[in-house]
Design a protein around this ligand. Structure first.
Ligand SMILES: Cc1cc2nc3c(=O)[nH]c(=O)nc-3n(C[C@H](O)[C@H](O)[C@H](O)COP(=O)(O)OP(=O)(O)OC[C@H]3O[C@@H](n4cnc5c(N)ncnc54)[C@H](O)[C@@H]3O)c2cc1C
Length: 345
């Protein structure tokens, strides 16, 4: 989210266009959300409201030879979304769904859309339709990622046999350094297609993405506690048994012989479409905060509580796309500091 100061500054900049790049008096600092290790001073922070504004910002910066950086939800922890004294473009307002292709399962959306909005939008638009499509994969651990940031990092989810997100990208439009839109796919501008996916914003600004979806399915979660030595074999078994998703969460108790050895092995198998979806047990934000607190103060208990919870959900059923949504506590570091004290990161 923009701070009030950032918002006022940005609104004022657009109101004052074409003096949008005029020298400013106060410094603007940005940072990544999760690690907060990448505090960077930028020259301007601009929030385009539509794709024409995005292209105009690029053209204008290009004419003046001012560097640009582009950010989505700022979750990358390597600082790739910022550059010192650049014009930082915040894409989160470019968040509209543009079109659906119900026949082929495609959905086109602006690059600043976040996963939960995208999923909600297609569920609403396609409710009651015979063919139900869903995203194949997204990141775990949070939903506040933009499609543009996900594409630019070529992310992966928990798909046991899936290639990274590039496998789910049909095409995208990229704004080049002249502010010109270029459509990229496996048939058009193929080199740019390969470079920009996983290109961390270095090859242009993605303004829209057409995503390939897969048929929505119902899944059953199967949970066991296993040892890391067994993992490769067990993953192979699950893949052979046609399980679609899975992960392994290690014990984090460094004093225990189980440290990074025993873990919760959860996999998801397709079930009959007529079975009901029943997932009564789920963790709320408070539970996650408590688990985080324990991960700092009592790791044995943290792993026990986490594994007990997961084992208690063995057999619960889910939809393949919404089961990938996950809680993320914004400002979790601050909340933890309030609970247990500690230094700034
Ligand atoms: C809690 C957490 C869990 C995570 N889990 C996973 C996971 O399970 N799998 C995984 O693969 N990754 C994971 N990540 C990493 C995450 O997927 C990437 O950092 C992702 O890029 C974040 O998206 P964002 O919208 O925050 O992008 P940002 O962090 O804002 O940007 C990421 C990169 O994309 C570029 N970019 C952003 N938007 C555009 C655009 N419109 N055009 C061109 N370039 C653009 C930026 O310049 C930057 O280089 C996780 C990160 C966190 C903090």
């Amino acid at each position: 989210m923009l701070t009030r100061r950032e918002f006022i500054r940005t609104a004022a900049l657009f109101a004052l266009a074409p003096h949008v790049f005029a020298e400013t008096r106060r410094e603007i600092w940005v940072n990544d959300v999760h690690s907060q290790l990448n505090r960077t001073r930028v020259r301007e922070l601009l929030v385009p409201r539509n794709r024409d504004q995005l292209a105009e910002i690029v053209r204008s910066a290009s004419r003046k030879a001012v560097p640009i950086s582009v950010s989505g939800c700022r979750h990358s922890m390597g600082g790739q979304q910022f550059a010192t004294d650049s014009i930082c473009i915040d894409t989160r307002s470019l968040d509209r769904v543009i079109s659906f292709d119900q026949e082929r399962g495609l959905v086109e959306a602006e690059a600043g859309i976040q996963w939960s909005k995208l999923i909600r939008a297609y569920l609403e638009a396609e409710s009651g339709k015979q063919k139900q499509w869903g995203i194949a994969q997204k990141q775990t651990g949070a939903d506040t990622f933009t499609l543009g940031g996900s594409l630019s990092s070529n992310v992966h989810g928990r798909g046991l046999a899936m290639k990274p997100l590039i496998s789910n990208i049909e095409s995208f439009t990229l704004i080049n350094a002249d502010g010109k839109p270029i459509r990229c796919s496996r048939d058009e501008n193929t080199e740019l297609f390969r470079l920009a996916i996983g290109g961390y914003g270095l090859f242009g600004l993605i303004d829209s993405v057409t995503l390939r979806r897969v048929p929505r399915q119902k899944l059953r979660r199967v949970v066991e506690i296993i040892h890391a030595d067994e993992l490769p074999k067990r993953f192979e078994e699950r893949i052979a048994q046609k399980f679609l998703y899975g992960d392994f969460q290690f014990s984090v108790d460094e004093k225990s012989p189980d440290f990074l050895q025993r873990g919760v092995f959860s996999c998801y198998e397709p079930i009959d479409e007529h079975e009901p979806v029943v997932a009564k047990k789920e963790l709320r934000d408070d539970d996650w905060l408590d688990l985080l607190r324990l991960a700092y103060t009592d790791r044995e208990k943290a792993f026990k509580r986490y594994s007990d919870y997961y084992l208690s959900t063995n057999g619960q059923t889910y939809w393949s796309d919404t089961s990938q949504l996950s809680a993320y506590l914004s400002n979790y570091a601050q909340k933890l500091r309030e609970l247990i004290g500690g230094e700034e990161s």
